[in-house]
Design a protein around this ligand. Structure first.
Ligand code: PLP
Length: 383
């Protein structure tokens, strides 16, 4: 292994004020899953995204789980989910005993293909998926690597067939689609503040919605579903999914630097594109007109037929030997052993992205020296 300093794929990047908020939580003894930072962080998120209501939670996964519970997803239901994603988009479907129906991506955004989605909806309704005619209970599109999915088309299908949307914007805080924030299109939107995301609270998530009762219900369910009574009284099964006031303090500090973090990530992408864009067989995901990506991760596609035989894996291993972390794109869920029996609609777009795609180091804290090292290493292999 090389002695060069480690370059991570995406590591936490604190701003000047996070620690002050945490110290304030200690000074005021608000060391609880509620308090002024929780309220403040929720307000910051509402103001930034334009969502009318927000609840911060213990993780993005918890937010997806609660969203599906709130929509009434139950055992035997079918939930349409983008196949090309992190497993956390799909796992909550299984928590509820429902069946995920995976949908392929399209090439312009790498996200849920509207045609394949409609095919999936029609097949569910015709009884071709489960053996009985079923209206799907929800649609889960994802804005992968910060690139917005085709929300006009997806929301039009949601409306046409009357199926609610849980929008997985875990990777897309700071991205916009036609000027509107990702996470504010669906009936509910999900954010994540895991350690590798564009901003982090070390672990955490949020649920956004314009529908007040949904967020009120999320808060109720996330706090063990306690009925209003002086004693502990429960008429629903609850969860312990709220965010700590200490971590919400980190979130408030991170919100102050979020616009800067988006610019830093976008500038990484521009740097890579300028330095590698001329290499034969290496391509980047362009930003379609009207879509604005936070470029959470900068990714390349490697076409071995045009690189002189060099593959994605060759590049990944060559970077690793120099202590540089890179990762293949998400392995589609319909190819995962745990979901091998799940229905799937579409072609081979997601599969080909997985075969040839590589995420390059993308942290907002990378220096120009770091970026140069990555670029030189990739170019060395190519020549
Ligand atoms: C990170 C992520 C999640 C889960 O968020 P956690 O906060 O880690 O639970 C869900 N979906 C996608 C697409 C993600 O990248």
């Amino acid at each position: 292994m090389s002695s060069s300093p480690k370059i991570w794929l995406s590591s936490p990047h604190m701003g000047p004020n996070e620690l002050k908020y945490v110290q304030d939580a200690f000074a005021t003894n608000w060391i609880a899953p509620l308090g002024p930072h929780v309220d403040g962080f929720e307000k910051d998120l509402q103001e930034f995204t334009g969502a009318a209501h927000a609840a911060v939670l213990s993780s993005g996964t918890a937010a997806i789980h609660l969203a599906l519970v709130i929509l009434g997803v139950k055992p035997g239901d079918l939930v349409l989910c983008q196949s090309m994603t992190f497993s956390a988009s799909a796992n909550p479907i299984a928590y509820l005993g429902a069946t995920p129906v995976f949908i392929d991506s399209e090439k312009e955004t790498w996200n849920m293909c509207p045609q394949a989605l409609e095919e999936g909806i029609l097949a569910c309704e015709a009884g071709k998926v489960s053996g009985k005619k079923q209206k799907p209970a929800a649609i889960i599109p994802v804005h992968l690597y910060g690139m917005p999915a085709k929300m006009d088309e997806i929301m039009a299908l949601s409306k046409k067939y009357g199926i609610p949307v849980v929008e997985d914007a875990a990777e897309a805080l700071g991205s916009t689609y036609k000027g509107k924030a990702c996470g504010t299109f669906g009936d509910m939107g999900v954010l994540s503040f895991n350690g590798n995301k564009i901003i982090t609270t070390s672990g955490g998530g949020a649920l956004l919605s314009d529908t007040e009762w949904m967020i009120n219900k999320a808060r109720f369910l996330a706090t063990q579903a306690r009925d209003e009574a002086p004693n502990y009284q429960h008429s629903h099964i609850g969860y312990n999914y709220r965010m700590s006031n200490v971590l919400a303090g980190i979130g408030r500090g991170q919100m102050e630097v979020l616009p800067e973090r988006v610019e830093q990530r976008r500038s990484n992408h521009a740097f890579y594109k300028k330095a590698l864009g001329d290499l034969s067989g290496i391509s980047f995901l362009e930003e379609p007109e009207g879509l604005h990506s936070n470029r959470w991760l900068s990714c390349i596609l490697v076409d071995p037929e045009n690189t002189g035989g060099i593959t994605r894996e060759n590049i990944r291993k060559f970077l690793w030997e120099d202590n540089i972390e890179s990762r293949p794109l998400w392995k589609p869920m319909h190819l995962q052993p745990v979901f091998q029996d799940a229905p799937y609609f579409g072609g081979r777009v997601a599969e080909e992205l997985f075969d040839n795609g590589l995420c390059l180091p993308s942290g907002s804290n990378l220096t120009e020296v770091d970026l140069e090292r990555v670029v030189e290493r990739v170019r060395d292999l190519g020549t």
